[in-house]
Design a protein around this ligand. Structure first.
Ligand SMILES: *Cc1c(COP(=O)(O)O)cnc(C)c1O
Length: 457
């Protein structure tokens, strides 16, 4: 009988290896966790000490730099380019005025934004009035001011035709066109459809009733568009309409407005790679749009002006939210949780972006995955489901990146008041551009009926 020998395994000394030492991972090195102590040379800690925690911080230098980059990408490829600042993306007046100083018109989607633009000194003729809701009063004001009215639906067209009986001026209008650009779901709830002939129907109605001037064609195909080619498709379809109008009605279209929607350098939830590595550049978008328009068949005389209403791509990166750690916790499943004083009340975009978070102070090499909660007494107040960070203790500070777009307009006055918004100017000086709200601000709007004023407990 053969004997079977089992070889004794060699003894190996046990070792302990740290799994989260911040070494290279698939996204690169630990620089992602490097502290951000200064923004444009200004100490974040000092800003928090001076203006409170949390605080929104905007870099004027970054806004101007990003705008100039976008402007150069388009003007180097096309002779007539005009940007119009999308007010709903961030309508704090100081922010709007940086864009207006740079040469941007205003693009608004409501009468209150319209009035803000007028208040900021934008000439009526340089305001584009978009959106599905415009009252008679709104439209009369826009017509009186020679603003560009972008018609969203037939009811609005009939409304304007009716208004022209009350006013001498001829309205200057464009139609918003929606279309299949190969990106789904299609945004077909705004404007007139290209493929079904709705757009032509509206064009013929406007031109043949002869009560207003059709000066432009507009589309806004979506937001955070990851395909530059979708814009080439949109441009060719609007160019086709413009050339068709020239042929059929012998009329020139002054401008083609391709709306906004360029992606910012944020990371969409569920993305494998950070947004900064994957999104198209301004040059990519400009290349797709400008070559298409230049090759569409326009003559030099009837080449339309190209209008762009880019919002998030121009401001997102210039915005930061700085705040403080309130507490550290261990959840029942062992995960680390950090409670910060900034939550979804201030960061609407955290519902679809994985915002990058940096500690402000230096805190060693050890890192651990953590869930980041905001201060709200509400379960969905989660800023990041899982992010690798060095240990942050109570009172430490952190900065959330790329929050300049849509947060300062969609923030909620739920549980907490809105904080100060601070602009760092190009010389490194800080300015409050929107004051923090107080209980008095809130109470000022409320009215107590007489019979509820007195009570005894
Ligand atoms: C919101 C909006 C924009 C700006 O969109 P971004 O995605 O922020 O660039 C431009 N035009 C219209 C009509 C809009 O509604």
């Amino acid at each position: 009988m053969a004997t079977q020998t089992i070889e004794k395994l060699r003894y190996e000394r046990p070792v302990i290896t740290s799994l989260n030492a911040g070494v290279t991972n698939k996204f690169g090195t630990k620089s992602l966790h490097a502290p951000l102590s200064h923004i444009d040379g200004v100490s974040v800690k000092e800003i928090i000490q001076k203006y409170g925690s949390p605080v929104f911080i905007l870099s004027e230098r970054k806004i101007r730099q990003t705008y100039r980059e976008a402007y150069r990408a388009f003007t180097s490829r096309y002779p007539k380019v005009q940007f119009a600042w999308s007010y709903k993306t961030n309508y704090i007046n100081a922010v709007c005025n940086v864009f207006h100083q740079e040469g941007c018109w205003a693009e608004v989607v409501s009468i209150f934004e319209y009035k803000k633009a007028i208040g900021n000194g934008v000439q009526g003729k340089n305001i584009i009035f978009n959106g599905p809701e415009k009252t008679d009063e709104d439209l009369l004001l826009a017509i009186q001011n020679d603003s560009l009215i972008h018609i969203d639906h037939l009811d609005e067209l009939y409304q304007i035709i009716e208004l022209t009986t009350k006013i001498k001026k001829r309205p200057r209008v464009a139609i918003r066109v929606n279309m299949d650009t190969g990106v789904y779901p299609m945004w077909d709830r705004f404007g007139f459809n290209y493929e079904t002939g709705q757009a032509w129907d509206a064009i013929n109605k406007i031109i043949l009733t002869d009560k207003m001037d059709l000066v432009g064609l507009h589309c806004h195909i979506g937001t955070f568009m990851l395909s530059a080619n979708a814009y080439a498709v949109a441009a060719i379809k609007l160019a086709d309409l413009a050339l068709g109008i020239k042929e059929k009605h012998k009329q020139n279209i002054e401008y083609i407005d391709l709306g906004g929607g360029f992606a910012s350098k944020n990371t969409l939830k569920g993305s494998f790679l950070p947004g900064s590595d994957t999104i198209p550049t301004f040059d990519d978008y400009a290349d797709a749009i400008c070559s298409t328009l230049l090759n569409a068949g326009f003559t030099k005389e009837n080449l339309p002006m190209l209008i762009l209403e880019s919002g998030r791509a121009l401001i997102d990166e210039a915005g930061f939210l700085a705040g403080s750690v309130i507490a550290n916790k261990r959840l029942s499943d062992g995960r680390r949780a950090i409670v910060m004083d900034m939550g979804v009340n201030l960061l609407f975009t955290s519902f679809w972006y994985d915002h990058r978070i940096s500690p402000v102070e230096e805190s060693g090499n050890h890192t651990e995955n953590a869930v980041i909660y905001g201060p709200l007494c509400m379960n969905i107040d989660i800023v990041r489901e899982s992010v690798t960070l060095p240990p942050l203790k109570k009172g430490d500070h952190a900065v959330i990146h790329t929050v300049g777009a849509y947060n300062m307009t969609q923030w909620m006055q739920f549980i907490a008041m809105r904080p100060n918004v601070v602009l760092i100017d190009t010389e490194g000086k800080t300015h409050v551009i929107r004051n923090r709200e107080t209980v008095d601000d809130l109470n000022k709007m409320e009215v107590m009926p007489e019979h509820l004023k007195k009570f005894k407990l």
